[in-house]
Ligand binder design. Structure first.
Ligand SMILES: C[S@@+](CC[C@H](N)C(=O)[O-])C[C@H]1O[C@@H](n2cnc3c(N)ncnc32)[C@H](O)[C@@H]1O
Length: 251
């Protein structure tokens, strides 16, 4: 069993989510089921399970802030919805913040590969297990998301999926505006980096500005604070929930 994975901690009420997403986003339930089935036919699930197991064998201990080291992945069930949504959306430009070991990135990259289209820009300010950092380096509320020693962010992503991927290292607060100045327009955004209200609010505002009409903005860990909910309300947009912690809006 993969102890540190969100996968093992939470089980989604998938029947309800399938029903809602089939009604609100996919053409019908068959379309969603087709994408889910397609995902299971790839071997990404098995590859990621192996990496998660490797992490739990190798990475033990606590951060300087006293939190247990964590894989902190998006979760498998959540990842399969992410995959299915991107298969339908077919983004040309996707951006995510918060890579860590690379689970969400792998789901996105598999969808782009199946689409034969698109590029993912991923931004991360990683914490390596066992490394001592100056105190101000990370947000004080940061928990135990780490990568193993001697690994790069995204180390779990299968090498054959990396051709559509660009990794940018740095704080989202510094790097996201620089990236958006280059890209001008994006089709998809996923937040899974610093879950402070200020950071999530900042990412909502700058990502929405460059998001194309009908593009998707998805946020993980939205129960940590109400930044995403407040933003959706301000823009008069409905939130589509995938469990309690993951949600998206359509511009
Ligand atoms: C929850 S983990 C991401 C998990 C990943 N999405 C997955 O599914 O495997 C959060 C990541 O964001 C990084 N991070 C924390 N604060 C950040 C910041 N201000 N800017 C960019 N990345 C940050 C963390 O170090 C960690 O690598």
């Amino acid at each position: 069993m993969v102890k540190n994975s969100k996968t093992e901690k939470k089980s989604l009420a998938t029947e309800r989510i399938d029903f809602n997403l089939s009604r609100d986003y996919f053409t019908d339930e068959q379309e969603l089921l087709r994408y889910k089935k397609e995902f299971y036919q790839s071997n990404l699930r098995e590859q990621l399970k192996e990496k998660a197991e490797e992490f739990s064998q190798k990475v033990r201990g606590k951060t300087q802030r006293g939190y247990d080291f964590e894989l902190a992945d998006l979760g498998f069930e959540q990842g399969i919805y992410l995959y299915s949504i991107l298969r339908k959306l077919k983004p040309e430009v996707a951006v995510e913040t918060g890579v860590c070991n690379g689970f969400s990135s792998a789901f996105i990259l598999l969808a782009l590969e199946k689409n034969h289209f698109g590029k993912l820009y991923s931004l991360d300010w990683p914490e390596v297990a066992g490394v001592t950092y100056e105190e101000e380096r990370f947000w004080r509320g940061k928990r135990g998301a780490v990568i193993p020693p001697n690994q790069e962010p995204g180390w779990v992503i299968p090498v054959e999926l990396k051709s559509r991927w660009e990794l940018i290292l740095g704080r989202t607060q510094d790097k996201l505006p620089e990236l958006y100045a280059e890209l001008n327009q994006i089709d998809f955004f996923l937040h899974d980096s610093e879950h402070s209200y200020e950071c999530m609010w900042f990412e909502c505002n700058c990502s929405y500005e460059v998001l194309r009409s009908s593009g998707i903005m998805m946020f993980d860990d939205i129960s940590w604070n109400c930044a995403f909910q407040n933003f959706a309300q301000k823009k008069n947009k409905k939130i589509f929930y995938i469990g309690e912690d993951l949600g998206f809006l359509i511009k």
